[in-house]
Design a protein around this ligand. Structure first.
Ligand SMILES: Cc1cc2nc3c(=O)[nH]c(=O)nc-3n(C[C@H](O)[C@H](O)[C@H](O)COP(=O)(O)OP(=O)(O)OC[C@H]3O[C@@H](n4cnc5c(N)ncnc54)[C@H](O)[C@@H]3O)c2cc1C
Length: 394
């Protein structure tokens, strides 16, 4: 059986970009269908950072109190422990935002909040467990998508298709959009460590590679940054990983001794972007338009800023008519340079993130600058906390 849906906008992907764009278009009285290939938003291996500027957007939407009612942790400064030397990487306490903290919230809680709020609008449809794999065209224009869900095939026709399906988008290529860029210099190993009573670790530990520790209550989510292409998942790799982690964080050595190759997920970091973010009838936003490195933890913020700009520019057009290429180009023009600048900085950060230094070696130059000139941490706080071009909803 094939389900046929007609809507104003179909969004492929219920990640931060897709759900935020859906919510903002719904508030403008439009009908929106989001197709998400997973049954729920439960994903361990994702960033959990909600930046001060995103929290300002939530306040604009009247959602800040509800957001803060969900489990979260606030971080006013990003601190790093480099071979035992403690320093601040980014300070948010002087930002011109309502909340001067970066907030950690499991991504599923954040996405649930957006989806629950969107569901209060009558024009919203969220198709879970629905994978989109084809485009519908009329002449040169993309007019919808096809896919399959729990009840069979799905055909969704819309005035606008938004591809917010992340860095491995299945439909971008079918629209003739191919990202360019390079594999990043680093990969990330993700795994869980059981938490023992009272155990705490610094958020970032570095010195011979890097460990980021996200406290999830009864376990720690660990992200271990390694040089790209050095992980094959062999037993020898696991031994090397344990030894490296023990050098960076001697206190973690016991806990990591039980981690096996099966517990470790490899995430290949990519730094790419599309030359053109749109085709006639379709726009890419978020990681689908520009895959971000985890450096600085800014990918969610940028994806949401794309969604805000796209909904502000295209919402009024969509109410009147199908957007034309020049309308979609306006979104790309607004969002391209913040993305380029952020990717440039992420590229420059890769060296210090994966640097392997002998015990007692001096701090890498950028970290020395931050240690010796603490005022610079307000600038890094601004770049991370606000992004290069913050957006507002109206
Ligand atoms: C290792 C790693 C760590 C990171 N850490 C951070 C961090 O700490 N903070 C931060 O801000 N950013 C971080 N990022 C980046 C961040 O995760 C992304 O930039 C952000 O999630 C992009 O949001 P998005 O909505 O564009 O795409 P995504 O979050 O990738 O969402 C895409 C959605 O589309 C769905 N989908 C995909 N294909 C289909 C299909 N064919 N049909 C239907 N649905 C589909 C997916 O299931 C997914 O839900 C990290 C990235 C990596 C690789």
């Amino acid at each position: 059986m094939t389900t046929h849906i007609d809507t104003d906008c179909v969004i492929v992907g219920g990640g931060p970009a897709g759900l935020m764009m859906a919510l903002l278009l719904l508030r403008q009285g439009l009908e929106v269908t989001v197709a998400e290939k997973h049954a729920d938003f439960l994903r361990d291996f994702r960033g959990d950072t909600i930046h001060p500027s995103t929290q300002d957007l939530l306040a604009e939407l009247g959602l800040l109190d509800e957001f803060l009612a969900r489990p979260h942790d606030d971080m006013p400064r990003v601190r790093l422990s480099w071979q035992g030397t403690e320093l601040t990487l980014a300070d948010f306490t002087r930002l011109p935002t309502r909340r001067k903290v970066m907030t950690f919230m499991p991504q599923w809680d954040f996405l649930d909040l957006l989806a629950d709020t969107a569901a209060q609008h009558p024009g919203f449809r969220l198709l879970r467990s629905t994978r989109i794999d084809g485009l519908i065209r009329e002449s040169t224009r993309i007019t919808g998508v096809t896919g399959s869900g729990p009840d069979g095939d799905v055909t969704i026709r819309a005035r606008l298709v938004v591809d917010a399906s992340g860095r491995d988008s299945d439909i971008r290529a079918a629209a003739g959009l191919t990202p360019t860029g390079s594999a990043a210099a680093m990969d990330v190993l993700w795994f869980r460590l059981t938490r023992r009573d009272g155990e705490v670790y610094p958020f970032i530990q570095a010195g011979d590679g890097m460990i980021i520790t996200i406290d999830r209550g009864d376990f720690f989510q660990i992200a271990h940054v390694i040089p790209a292409g050095t992980w094959t998942g062999s037993d020898a790799d696991v031994v090397k990983m344990r030894e490296r982690i023990a050098r960076i964080s001697p206190r973690m050595a016991d806990a990591v001794a039980t981690v096996t190759a099966d517990d470790v997920h490899l995430l290949r970091v990519r730094l790419e972007r599309l030359c053109r973010w749109y085709a006639e009838g379709m726009l890419c936003i978020g990681d689908s338009a520009h895959a971000m490195s985890p450096a600085g933890g800014v990918g969610i913020n940028l994806a949401i800023q794309d969604a805000v700009a796209a909904a502000r520019i295209l919402g009024p057009v969509l109410r009147a008519r199908p957007p034309r290429a020049k309308d979609l180009r306006r979104v790309q023009r607004r969002r391209t340079w913040p993305v380029r600048l952020t990717q440039f900085v992420q590229r420059r950060l890769q060296g210090p993130l994966i640097a392997s230094r002998a015990p007692g070696a001096s701090l890498p130059f950028p970290l020395r600058m931050l240690r010796d000139h603490p005022r610079l941490t307000y600038l890094t706080g601004r770049f991370v906390g606000l992004g290069a071009r913050p957006e507002s909803i109206d």
